[in-house]
Design a protein. Structure first.
Length: 117
C-alpha cells in the first residue's frame, strides 16, 4: 500500500521552530521529487518548497527563504521541512507530495502547524 505520512506539526509561539517529516512507504521514494504545500484556514493551497530526487536542488517560496530548509534521507524514505523563525502567517495544514510525473504522484493527509502567542 502506498502511503505518505506527515508528522511533526503542533502549536508553537512566533519565533519558534518545528521540524516536519514525511515518511513514504509502498513505493521507491528516491525516484520521486518531493514538495511541501500548505493551506491556511479559509485560503487556497500554497506551494512552500521542493527538492529533487537526490536532494541536489531545492526551491523555496520567497516568504520562507532563509527560515525553512527542505531535505531528504532516501535511505530512510523520509523527507523533512525544518521551519525556524515561525510567523503567524505560517499557520496551516502542511502536506507533502511525492511526484515522479504529473500522472504519478502521491499525497499525505497533512499535519497542522499553528503559530500563535
Amino acid at each position: 500500500e502506498v502511503q505518505l505520512v506527515e508528522s511533526g506539526g503542533g502549536m508553537v509561539q512566533p519565533g519558534g521552530s518545528l521540524r516536519l517529516a514525511c515518511t513514504a512507504s509502498g513505493f521507491r521514494f528516491s525516484d520521486y521529487d518531493m514538495t511541501w504545500i500548505r493551506q491556511a484556514p479559509g485560503k487556497g493551497p500554497e506551494w512552500v518548497s521542493a527538492i529533487h530526487t537526490d536532494g541536489g536542488r531545492t526551491y523555496y517560496r520567497e516568504s520562507v527563504k532563509g527560515r525553512f530548509t527542505i531535505s531528504r534521507d532516501n535511505a530512510a524514505n523520509t523527507g523533512y521541512l525544518q521551519m525556524n523563525s515561525l510567523k503567524p502567517e505560517d499557520t496551516g495544514v502542511y502536506y507533502c507530495n511525492a511526484e515522479r510525473s504529473p500522472t504519478l504522484n502521491f499525497w499525505g493527509k497533512g499535519t497542522l502547524v499553528t503559530v500563535s502567542s
